[in-house]
Design a protein around this ligand. Structure first.
Ligand code: AMP
Ligand code: GLY
Length: 421
C-alpha cells in the first residue's frame, strides 16, 4: 500500500513511524515532511495547505490511503478533495473539521447538546465585547473564533488584558479573519487532560490520556508555545473521570455531530479541564495533538493503519484497540528564543541507538546533514514501566541529542509526578 501523510512535524513523524510497522505498507510519502522524517518516508515539497497540489500528487502516484494530520488542511477540506478522486482518508471532512475551525460552532454545539463547558458569549463587534468586559467577572478568557496557530486564546487575569485581547483580535486583526468573531468565556480551574480518540462517527474509542506542557518556561511560566513536552497516561484522568467523560462528553459529542449531519471520522481530540464540578471541555481539535501523539502512539499496541481504516470505513465497533501498560514521556528540544525569534541552521547530532525515540519537528537536510530549522526542533520520547522512570529516561536521552542553542524545559512530568505521589 502506498500511503500519503499530509503534514511535517513531530506528530507526523510519530504517525509515520507507527504506520511503518504494518507489513502491507510499501511506501510512505510525507507532504511536506521534514529533514528528519526523510529517514522514514519520501518527503515531497508540497505545503500542507496546497490542496490542489496534494490531490494532483495523490492521483499521479496512485495513493491507496491518506492521513491528513494538521488542522489547516482538514478545515480547508483536504479530505473531501482526496475522497473526490477516490482516495480513502483518515481525518474528518470539512463539515466536521469545523468543530476545531470555529470556536463559535463548537461552543454552540456544546450548549445545544448539554455538553459541559465554560459559560460564554459570542461577539461580532469590538464595541459590544468591550462593553461586556466592563462588568464581566475577571479572570476571563478571550478566544478568536477561527484557527490562529494555537495563539488565539488569551487567559486574561485583568480587565485590561482582556480588553487588549479583544482589540488585537477584532481591531488590529492579529489573526486575520479568524478574529472577526470572538468568544469570551468563563475562567475555569483545575488540571488539564488531553484525550485523543478514534471515531468512525458512531463508535468512539479514547486513546491513553496525556498531559501537555504549553508554557515555554519551567513551572508553567513564560509565553504559550505549541507544547514543550507531554506525559501519558495523565494521572488526573482516573477511571471515574474517564467514565464520566465517556457518558457526558465523548458519546454526546459524537452523537451531536451525527445529528447535525456532520459525522466525524478520524481523531477527535478532547481538551479537558477537571474542575471541581467535574470534567469540562476547554477545546476540541479535529486531529491528533502535537506533542501528545509522541507519547500516545508509542503506547499503542494495536496496528495503527488497521485502526485508522476502521475509522474510515465505519467498522470501529469490531476493531480492538489496545494500549500497552506503562508510561511515556516526551521532552521537546527547542531553539533558544522560541516562541519568539531564534537562530537556525545548527547541526543536530542524534546517536544512532536513539533514532526510534526521536520525532523530528523543525529540521532540514543541508548537504546531507540534519540542521535546525524551526522553533520546536524535535521530541525525545521514552517508554517505561513507571512515570518516574519514563521521565528520567526521556531526560537522559534528551541530554544526548545535541545542537547549538538547544533549549528545553527541565520539569516535564513534574506536576504529574506530584499527583502520582
Ligand atoms: P487552547 O488554545 O484552546 O488550547 O487554549 C490554550 C490554553 O488556554 C488551554 O490549554 C488552557 O490552559 C487555557 N484555557 C482555555 N480556555 C480556558 C478557560 N475557559 N479557563 C481557563 N483556562 C483556559
Ligand atoms: N498540544 C496541543 C495541540 O495539539 O493542540
Amino acid at each position: 500500500m502506498k500511503i500519503l501523510v499530509v503534514g511535517g512535524g513531530g506528530r507526523e513523524h510519530a504517525i509515520i513511524q507507527k504506520l511503518k510497522e504494518n507489513p502491507e505498507v510499501t511506501e510512505i510519502f510525507a507532504l511536506p515532511g521534514n529533514g528528519g522524517i526523510a529517514a522514514d518516508a519520501t518527503c515531497v515539497a508540497i505545503g500542507a495547505k496546497d490542496i490542489d497540489s496534494i490531490v494532483a500528487f495523490a492521483r499521479e502516484k496512485g495513493i491507496d490511503y491518506a492521513v491528513v494530520a494538521p488542522d489547516d488542511p482538514l478545515v480547508l477540506g483536504c479530505v473531501d478533495a482526496l475522497e473526490a478522486i477516490g482516495v480513502p482518508c483518515f481525518g474528518p471532512r470539512k463539515n466536521a473539521a469545523i468543530i476545531e475551525g470555529s470556536k463559535v460552532f463548537s461552543k454552540d454545539l456544546m450548549k445545544k447538546y448539554g455538553i459541559p463547558t465554560a459559560a460564554y458569549d459570542v461577539f461580532t463587534s469590538p464595541e459590544e465585547a468591550l462593553r461586556y468586559l466592563e462588568t464581566a467577572p475577571i479572570p476571563t478568557v478571550v478566544k478568536a473564533d477561527g484557527l490562529a496557530l494555537g495563539k488565539g486564546v488569551t487567559v486574561a487575569m485583568t480587565r485590561e488584558e482582556a480588553r487588549a485581547a479583544v482589540r488585537e483580535a477584532m481591531e488590529d486583526k492579529k489573526f486575520g479573519e479568524s478574529g472577526n468573531r470572538i468568544v469570551i468565556e468563563e475562567y475555569l480551574e483545575g488540571p488539564e487532560v488531553s484525550v485523543l480518540s478514534f471515531t468512525d462517527g458512531n463508535t468512539v474509542i479514547p486513546m491513553v490520556s496525556s498531559m501537555d506542557h504549553k508554557r515555554a518556561g519551567d513551572g508553567d511560566t513564560g509565553p504559550n508555545t505549541g507544547g514543550m513536552g507531554t506525559i501519558a497516561p495523565n494521572p488526573y484522568y482516573t477511571e471515574t473521570v474517564a467514565a464520566e467523560c465517556m457518558e457526558k462528553i465523548f458519546l454526546p459529542t459524537i452523537r451531536a455531530m451525527k445529528a447535525e449531519g456532520r459525522e466525524f471520522r478520524g481523531c477527535l481530540y478532547f481538551g479537558l479541564m477537571i474542575t471541581k464540578d467535574g470534567p469540562k471541555v476547554i477545546e476540541y481539535n479535529c486531529r491528533f495533538g502535537d506533542p501528545e501523539t509522541q507519547v500516545v502512539l508509542p503506547l499503542l499496541e494495536s496496528d495503527l493503519l488497521t485502526v485508522m481504516r476502521a475509522c474510515t470505513y465505519g467498522t470501529l465497533e469490531e476493531c480492538k484497540v489496545k494500549f500497552r501498560e506503562g508510561n511515556a514521556c516526551c521532552v521537546v528540544l527547542a531553539s533558544k528564543g522560541y516562541p519568539g525569534s531564534y537562530g537556525k541552521g545548527y547541526e543536530i547530532t542524534i546517536p544512532e541507538r536513539l533514532r526510534q525515540n526521536v520525532y523530528v519537528a523543525g529540521a532540514v537536510l543541508k548537504d546531507g546533514k540534519l540542521v535546525t530549522g524551526g522553533g520546536r526542533v524535535l521530541g525525545v520520547t521514552a517508554v517505561a514501566k513507571t512515570l518516574p522512570e519514563a521521565v528520567k529516561d526521556a531526560y537522559a536521552m534528551a541530554e544526548q541529542v545535541t545542537f547549538e542553542n538547544r533549549y528545553y524545559r527541565k520539569d516535564i512530568g513534574a506536576r504529574a509526578l506530584k499527583a502520582v505521589k
